[in-house]
Design a protein around this ligand. Structure first.
Ligand SMILES: [Zn+2]
Length: 154
């Protein structure tokens, strides 16, 4: 039975969009909410993945982001400022839009899934920048990242 499980994560983070004509070019922050949805067959224990295991995989990434400033690699003004004052920064090679952050978190989670045995086929990551605005990225877990060892072969 193919099933989707979802878990929510929250963190606070600063950012700005230097190219933006409106308010988003200013330094500001959001209380970000992420929903991670994983789809796959249920294993012998009746789970797609243990919620606890998912938490353990994702928490270190969220801790990295929490109370940091996400700065893109071309924003030299902010990079210099953050370095000069040793402020917590998350350096990325993209504009920190909800769309790009969803893609970033999606790739980070796929990478951590490589460290465990699982049967997950699809991942979907939604990022809420505000209560009403979100972006969702969907990806297929590459075949080589899937392990079917949880299934009993007898
Ligand atoms: Zn913003």
């Amino acid at each position: 039975m193919i099933t989707t499980i979802k878990k929510e994560f929250h963190w606070e983070m600063g950012h700005r969009l230097p190219f933006h004509d409106g308010l988003c070019k200013n330094i500001h922050g959001h209380s970000y909410r992420a929903e991670i949805a994983l789809t796959g067959p249920i294993n012998d224990t009746g789970m797609v993945i243990d919620f606890y295991v998912l938490s353990q995989l994702v928490k270190p990434i969220i801790e990295e982001l929490d109370h940091s400033f996400m700065v893109d690699h071309q924003d030299n003004l902010l990079i210099d400022f953050l370095n000069e004052h040793s402020f917590k920064a998350t350096n990325v090679e993209f504009y920190s839009t909800a769309e790009n952050i969803a893609g970033y978190l999606c790739d980070r989670v796929i990478k951590t899934l490589e460290t465990i045995q699982h049967t997950i086929d699809y991942i979907e990551v939604s990022i809420w920048e505000t209560e009403k605005a979100s972006a969702t990225v969907r990806k297929i877990i590459p075949e080589e990242h899937r392990q079917y060892l949880l299934f009993d072969s007898k």
